[in-house]
Design a protein around this ligand. Structure first.
Ligand code: HEC
Ligand code: HEC
Length: 291
């Protein structure tokens, strides 16, 4: 009996040591990741002035998910408060973080996931924006620079121990800069009359959840009971109007509602033309729904 108790005690001790070791290692891994400095050498953005550029910037802000996380006026907010992490989208106005940014710094944050001071941003979905065109990025930056000052202080993003363990095990890729191609290159917008290219360009906004190939799957960091992101190459039997309806109302052709994890409200102001182009692009991909 005594021997069994001794072995059980030793087993429990070993377990405690292992758990503590994993926690310590994860904490250290994450802190080290935050301290890395990634060099970005994009050429300066083109100048974006005038009403047209600002209107384009506003369109991108309200259709690419920015306003969904950062707030309609860019004032910032807590958009996720869960055991792995508390995610706080920064106040982007001149009274908030915006005061540290010029156009090129905004560009590095948006397309590379790197803050003005070189720190990698946490849970800012820059992978989705990495291929945003130079003129579009400049227009978006010009719009951000014109946001009315707002003194709202939403606090800062914090990755808690469970999130750090998930990060260390490769299950929570919250430092998006680690997954972006930072080589300098110019990026151009698609020609307006090339529907497939326009669709492919807009669809980059979906890769964070639906994946690079749009085949869907479990969204990293979501609880087990959450549904996987759908396969966008499937949408069996859907027509363009069905897709527009889902993107605006969150309802499928059979009337069922999509799970709120699918942030359709962030995309519903996309124009019919842009949504239609995206649908045609998804249909052009190999997969169950290809025509
Ligand atoms: C899923 C939510 C989400 C979306 C969508 C999103 N952001 Fe962010 N963003 C964040 C979070 C969270 C941070 C703060 C990261 C940190 O503190 O490390 C952030 C940080 C930033 C920063 C750096 C500010 C700072 O604190 O230094 C800029 C600039 C920015 N976002 C612009 C944008 C723009 C422009 C868009 C749309 C193209 C956008 N974001 C879309 C969540 C989001
Ligand atoms: C934050 C994660 C997230 C982002 C970003 C996102 N989606 Fe989704 N989407 C989901 C999830 C999760 C589902 C599955 C919901 C369900 O099963 O109820 C879904 C479902 C869908 C569906 C329903 C498909 C079907 O067959 O039922 C469509 C269409 C869709 N998304 C399109 C898009 C498009 C287009 C974008 C980009 C403009 C996008 N989504 C961005 C998470 C996301």
């Amino acid at each position: 009996m005594k021997r069994v108790a001794k072995w059980l005690g030793l087993g429990a001790l070993a377990l405690v040591v292992m758990v503590a070791g994993l926690a310590g290692w994860s904490h250290w891994r994450f802190e080290r990741a935050l301290q890395q400095r990634i060099a970005v050498q994009d050429a300066p953005l083109p100048a974006a002035t005038g009403a047209e550029a600002l209107a384009r910037g506003e369109y991108l802000f309200t259709t690419r998910g920015c306003s969904e996380c950062h707030g309609e006026r860019g004032e910032g907010k807590v958009f996720l408060d869960a055991p792995p992490l508390r995610a706080v989208a920064s106040n982007l106005t001149p009274d908030g973080r915006g005061r540290h940014y010029d156009a090129d710094a905004f560009g590095r944050a948006i397309r590379h996931g790197i803050a003005f001071d070189g720190r990698p941003l946490v849970h800012m979905p820059s992978r989705d924006y990495a291929e945003l065109g130079d003129a579009d990025t400049a227009a978006l930056a010009a719009y951000l620079a014109r946001l009315p000052a707002d003194s709202n202080d939403p606090g800062t993003t914090a990755v808690h121990l469970p999130g750090r363990v998930l990060y260390a095990l490769g299950q929570l890729p919250v430092i998006e800069a680690e997954h972006i191609d930072h080589r300098p290159r110019s990026r151009t917008e698609p020609a307006a009359d090339d529907a497939l290219a326009v669709g492919a360009y807009a669809a980059r906004t979906c890769i964070g959840c639906h994946g690079e190939t749009f085949r869907g799957g479990k969204v990293a960091g979501t609880p087990p009971e959450f549904p996987p992101a759908s396969d966008l190459t499937a949408m069996p039997g859907w027509r363009e109007a069905d897709f527009l309806h889902l993107m605006r109302e969150g309802k499928r052709p059979d009337g069922s509602e999509v799970h709120p994890l699918m942030p359709y409200a962030a995309f519903k102001r996309m124009t019919d033309a842009e949504l239609g182009a995206m649908f045609r692009y998804f249909r052009s991909l190999p997969g169950p729904g290809a025509n």
